[in-house]
Design a protein around this ligand. Structure first.
Ligand code: ATR
Length: 283
């Protein structure tokens, strides 16, 4: 009997997260807590898969009876190629973070944007309608959150980046859906104070603090870092230092995007509050 067929005979539904590297991922803990809370009989694995092995690994997981996968850095764009049905929000984001294996088909969705919205609006009570929003960074993370943020009808979204090209391309892409503009860090317009400042750069992961625009932070600027860590991230330290009244790391987005994936797969939405509390305690 091959390893594949042994796995296929299990009665527990199998899920997992694929990334490279992946050992730091909290997703298995979060999904185990969701499963415990909702009484779902699932197993959730950590799967380290290098870019050149992505397709083989996804197809093998499907062939051996796997029900769904979360896809994380650096595979979120590339995995779209393997998807038979892409949700509208995944298409807008240009990235997929949730795969469901439905018969012989692969369905792709993206729960990052809704995860951010739920954390900001439901957990943290941030008002997005008519807000002036500044997003720092213009990579894949920024692309994934602009569509959902625009749906909340903010007054404006300013994308600031180290280099102008990527920010300008994103602003161009989304400007037909709402008021989006681009600039360099050094040229952030500050005539209207920003209600929300989101760090979507990957600088903090490398321990770097780019010349973020301090003048953009006012006493009403709620600062949110898409990154999270055991210690305050470089951006959250910077935000506090330049006077932001509140500076929050992205633990809530992590838990909320996982809850959305879980409910796509299992048809039941877990209560995120106790899980978020536990993550922060064990973090
Ligand atoms: P992607 O998400 O597309 O894979 P990335 O390389 O992870 O891209 O970078 C994401 C964002 O973080 C980009 O906006 C990047 O700025 P550039 O477009 O100028 O490269 C930004 N970024 C990464 N490291 C940075 C740093 N040290 N200083 C400033 N911005 C940085």
């Amino acid at each position: 009997m091959s390893d594949d067929s042994k796995i296929a005979t299990t009665t527990i539904d199998r899920y997992g997260v694929m990334g490279y590297p992946i050992s730091h991922s909290r997703s298995p803990v979060i999904h185990r807590l969701f499963a415990l809370q909702t009484g779902q009989n699932i197993q959730y694995e950590l799967l380290q898969v290098s870019p050149e092995k992505l397709e083989t690994a996804v197809r093998q997981f499907q062939r051996t009876g796997g029900k769904g996968l979360n896809i994380t850095v650096p595979h979120k764009t590339e995995v779209s190629r393997l998807v038979d049905h892409t949700s509208e929000r995944a298409a807008t984001a240009g990235a997929v973070n949730t795969l469901s294996f439905v018969g012989s088909e692969i369905h792709g969705d993206n729960t990052d944007g809704i995860g951010l919205l739920r954390d900001l609006v439901v957990n943290l009570g941030v008002t997005l309608q008519d807000a002036n929003i500044l997003i720092l960074g213009a990579g894949g993370a920024t692309r994934g959150i602009i569509g959902p943020l625009l749906e909340m009808q903010p007054a404006s979204i300013q994308i600031a980046n180290r280099s102008l090209g990527k920010a300008a391309a994103l602003a161009d892409h989304f400007s037909k859906s709402g008021p989006v503009a681009a600039c360099r860090f050094s040229a952030v317009p500050v005539a209207n104070p920003y209600d929300l400042v989101i760090n979507a750069t990957s600088a903090g992961v490398k321990g770097e603090v780019p010349p973020y625009p301090a003048a953009a932070i006012s006493k009403n600027s709620f600062c949110y870092d898409l990154s999270y860590g055991l210690q305050p991230t470089p951006f959250s330290v910077w935000a506090r230092d330049v006077g932001a009244p509140q500076s929050v790391m992205g633990w809530g987005m992590l838990v909320e995007q996982a809850a959305e994936s879980f409910s796509i797969w299992r048809g039941v939405r877990p209560d995120t509050a106790p899980v978020l509390k536990q993550m922060k305690i064990t973090a």
